[in-house]
Design a protein around this ligand. Structure first.
Ligand SMILES: Cc1cc2nc3c(=O)[nH]c(=O)nc-3n(C[C@H](O)[C@H](O)[C@H](O)COP(=O)(O)OP(=O)(O)OC[C@H]3O[C@@H](n4cnc5c(N)ncnc54)[C@H](O)[C@@H]3O)c2cc1C
Length: 490
């Protein structure tokens, strides 16, 4: 593809704008709105296909204003996928958008573990939806829990009323998979929301406080934490907890002997970070063990009653804090035929994100699966995949407005990364195929996560927190809120 400079691009956009104005003189009253801003973060040179995209967007805007009619898109879920889609179609004259979420804020899941470990405040990684769209002409927010979808009536049912749609986009993410163990589900903590991350933080802090006055046997149980699942969440959580144990807790609780604190990371397979290379997996394990985490591979949890973790080989670990990071499954609203739901409890879609056997319903991100010969298990459940899918769907909504054919999703694997602690991270790049670890990997991990956060203010605050923590080895946010009660107590 030939590259164009920003100046050339600006000139071409200007020319297109002039042509549109000539073809649609009645649009002069919308002149102020008929501008396409090139985002400041775009590369200084731009490809012909980028230019085509900008021109398409401009044309779609013009035809939208000319037609004066709009279609109503209802998006369920303001996570990575839903929010990106709403932002991409913001102020588009062809569409009015209702963005529904059960929370009134967007939450940045990759940093939940830092909220749980009192390194960040919940508000640093959450962003109020109404604030994001306060200037929007076509995006409206509805804070509601979707209870059912009536595909025959094109209606979304919520506890606060029903909403009709022309197009529906389901982006409800994933929920914790307890593999049918209901007793365990009631006792373990999971970390799929900001609230749950805060629950973990409060429980840990409460257990430390309780340990101060407990007898020795009780103290050992209160200071024992079992994390189940050796994926990125389990690895990041156990690493951060181990740093807390080594760096700050002995100063804050001089009455307690933290050499007795035990952090277990249990993983059912023979490898941590199963989606990553053997080198990265091995390095992560080494890092964790150096920090003092007991890593147990090929270990299955059978039961947990809030006090004892029973392993498959009948071993028992006593702990009042069990954290479940061992799996997720699609969080599908009611109303879909089981025929279109995969074994992983995800909605099956085609390569255009359209739910199988429907015309006007799409599904994106963790809740959706595109099964193909090349990717029989779909694409990884990652923020980057959810964002790329919503970019493709946004492009297709623009193309639909122009009566153009829609484009298939093209998955580009950029790689994978996880952090274990200060100066310790592992990165697998897809192209060039390369694995590395250590300080440089950690810097990349931090920079990427910082830039993925919404709002400059959040980025700045998180950055300051990280710098402070890096040099002082302390967290400032260990506030105990008794209302966030623990699930289990001695
Ligand atoms: C602890 C943790 C750490 C992670 N770390 C990383 C990482 O480092 N890098 C990475 O790429 N990915 C990471 N992920 C995965 C990543 O967060 C997901 O892939 C991504 O969030 C998927 O985006 P989504 O839009 O599909 O769903 P989500 O971001 O989960 O958004 C779903 C939204 O739907 C809303 N919702 C759900 N049900 C309803 C309902 N019935 N009614 C109304 N609203 C509803 C929810 O409130 C939520 O806002 C992590 C996930 C977790 C849990």
């Amino acid at each position: 593809m030939p590259l164009k400079t920003k100046k050339e691009l600006n000139n071409e956009i200007l020319e297109t704008t002039i042509k549109i104005k000539e073809n649609y003189p009645e649009l002069s009253k919308f002149e102020d709105e008929m501008t396409i801003t090139i985002p400041s973060e775009v590369k200084p040179e731009i490809t012909a296909s980028d230019l085509q995209e900008y021109n398409d967007a401009l044309q779609a805007m013009a035809t939208g204003y000319a037609k004066g009619s709009t279609n109503h898109i209802v998006i369920i879920g303001a996570g990575f996928a839903g929010l990106k889609l709403a932002r991409s179609l913001n102020n588009h004259p062809n569409y009015t958008i209702t963005l529904i979420d059960k929370n009134n804020y967007h939450q940045f899941q990759p940093l939940f573990y830092q909220v749980a470990m009192a390194n960040l405040d919940a508000s640093n990684i959450s962003f109020p939806l109404r604030n994001i769209f306060e200037k929007s002409k076509n995006v409206r927010i509805r804070v509601a829990d979707v209870t059912n979808i009536n595909t025959k009536k094109n209606e979304v049912e919520t506890l606060s009323g029903n909403i009709n749609y022309d197009y529906l986009v389901i982006a409800t993410g994933a929920k914790t998979n307890y593999f049918g163990n209901t007793v365990l589900a009631q006792k373990v903590f999971s970390m799929k929301s900001t609230f749950e991350a805060l629950q973990i933080r409060n429980t840990l802090l409460q257990h430390f406080e309780d340990a101060v006055t407990a007898n020795h046997a009780k103290t050992k149980i209160l200071l024992s934490v079992v994390i189940v699942g050796g994926g990125p969440t389990g690895v990041e959580l156990s690493g951060a907890l181990a740093e807390m144990k080594n760096d700050s807790l002995p100063f804050e609780y001089p009455e307690l002997n933290f050499a007795e604190m035990k952090i277990y990371l249990l993983e059912g397979t023979g490898k941590l970070l199963s989606a990553m290379s053997a080198t990265s997996s091995h390095k992560a394990k080494e890092y964790l063990q150096k920090l003092g985490v007991t890593v147990m591979l090929n270990t299955f949890v059978k039961e947990y009653d809030g006090k004892q973790v029973l392993l498959q080989e009948a071993t028992v670990i006593e702990s009042t804090c069990g954290i479940w990071a061992a799996g997720g499954k699609g969080n599908i609203p009611n109303g879909f035929s089981p025929n279109y739901i995969s074994n992983s409890n995800q909605i099956k879609t085609d390569i255009f994100h359209r739910v199988i056997n429907t015309e006007n319903i799409f599904a994106l991100g963790d809740v959706a699966i595109i099964e193909s010969e090349l990717h029989p298990n779909g694409f990884p459940q990652l923020a980057s995949v959810a964002i790329d899918q919503s970019k493709n769907l946004a492009k297709n909504f623009l193309r639909l407005a122009l009566n153009k054919t829609i484009l298939p999703f093209n998955y580009i694997n950029k790689g994978n990364m996880a952090t274990i602690g200060r100066n310790k991270a592992v990165v697998d790049l897809a192209k060039p195929k390369l694995s590395f670890h250590g300080f440089f990997a950690w810097l990349i991990w931090m920079t990427l996560h910082l830039f993925l956060l919404i709002s400059f203010k959040n980025r700045l605050i998180v950055f300051i927190n990280w710098i402070y923590k890096y040099f002082t080895h302390r967290q400032l946010l260990a506030l105990l809120y008794p209302t966030l009660t623990s699930k289990s107590k001695l």
